[in-house]
Ligand binder design. Sequence first.
Ligand SMILES: [Mg+2]
Length: 349
Amino acid sequence: MLEDKNPQRTSLAELGEFGLINHITKYFSISHKSTLKGVGDDAAVLDASTKQTVISTDLLIEGVHFDLSYMPLKHLGYKAVMVNLSDIYAMNATAEQITVSLAVSNRFPLEAIEELYAGIQLACETYHIDLIGGDTTSSTKGMLLSITAIGKANKEDLVFRDGAKPTDLIVVTGDFGAAYLGLQVLEREKQVFKVNPQNQPDLENYTYLIERQLKPEARKDIADLLKELDVKPTSMIDVSDGISSELFHICTQSKVGCKIYEDKLPLDPQVINACEEFELDSTTIALSGGEDYELLFTVPIDAYDKIKGNPNLSIIGHITEQNQGLQLITRGGQEIELRAQGWNALKES
Ligand SMILES: [Mg+2]
């Protein structure tokens, strides 16, 4: 589908690896003082400064993590950067550099790689990130994309998963479930397209869902917001696999339990409508959908006045003693045990 849309095809073999790297990286510029040497030498050089260095890597594989029949390459490039930046922001750190490694089969022409890097470049510009290196190689089948993000933070600003204490409030940014439902909409359209390629999809009612799936944004703004509010989280994690799964990580590592409230989960109206249409339970989707790339953190209870009413933040519950377990309080007041049924990259589909 994708390749057919592009009439111009330049084979990667014509350029060679160095030609390709030069061709792609000429559009990127360096903007951080800490980047002493970027692309073009045997290794990049960063100024270590007096701060702590924060590093995170992700590997994305075609057919496992993304499907190019509905994921445009530019969006894939953008999203792959977001996934990594999100992990850096979840440490309450600032992201500054990335490296990008790519393996592609000869089914991809140069123009496809340009599209992918256009998305990576847009993300770098928008989030003020330097591309400082990486590798490009051929694969026998499909595409593999690995990105490493490098950030920094003052030692006293870093936030880990293991600092939550009983009575702490559990806070989330943004809303949940939209990216998962966006994927369901795109999957459905793909099936319709297979049956009738003439069929033009009507996606008007799903714009927010599809945008959240194809062009997620990492929460770069939250570290600054928390500074402004004068709140330091006791623990923090980014929500890539659904709220349940991330709460399990926080509670396990902090040796605590938690109580969250069904009626406090922030949902977009499009999520509620799509759940009705797909006959899905919106709470389950919010808790287990995944790919929201929002942040979940805990704050001491005396920060309540600073957090409440902020349009970016929702208080969804509180931390309890470990022996209380992980509980969801339903709208009807019933207590049910939370299960970590987050999206699992290794599970059989
Ligand atoms: Mg993470």
